[in-house]
Unconditional design. Structure first.
Length: 144
């Protein structure tokens, strides 16, 4: 079940990497923004665990079925990470804007809450590398 190639291994490694990144955010968020509540901290922790699971799950699709293009891991992971964090920026725009303004100062080039999209791209790349390095990728991961 946890061999290579294995979808379960990809998902487990992705979720574990998401737990590491989410856990780092959970403990570092009060340092950057002391007004961060526990709901926001838990939400970010669980967000990155879910992001890791989604990236691991998408290891099955290494080829786009309609466009018939290859989708390598270094494209899939950052795309999913960036997209999911873009959605997070839209959902929690007010909280992220307040946090970024408190961290970098109002009017700063880094005060935009949409910088979290770039964070998602980088974290997605790292999670994808780990998930597909240890779990494999492609339709063969789903079993027979």
């Amino acid at each position: 079940m946890f061999g290579k190639p294995s979808l379960m291994t990809s998902i487990a490694v992705g979720k574990t990497a998401g737990l590491v990144f989410g856990g780092a955010d959970f403990f570092l968020l009060p340092w950057f923004w002391p007004e961060a509540g526990m709901m926001l901290r838990w939400g970010v922790l669980l967000w990155y665990i879910t992001l890791g699971g989604i990236i691991g799950l998408f290891g099955v699709f290494n080829r786009h079925p309609v466009l018939r293009m290859n989708l390598p891991w270094w494209f899939r992971g950052p795309m999913i990470g960036g997209w999911m964090n873009f959605l997070l920026a839209l959902i929690a725009h007010d909280k992220l804007a307040a946090m970024m303004s408190a961290s970098f100062g109002a009017g700063s080039a880094l005060a935009s809450p949409f910088w979290i999209v770039a964070e998602g791209v980088v974290i997605g790349l790292i999670i994808a590398y780990l998930a597909f390095r240890f779990g494999g990728e492609g339709p063969e991961t789903a079993g027979k």
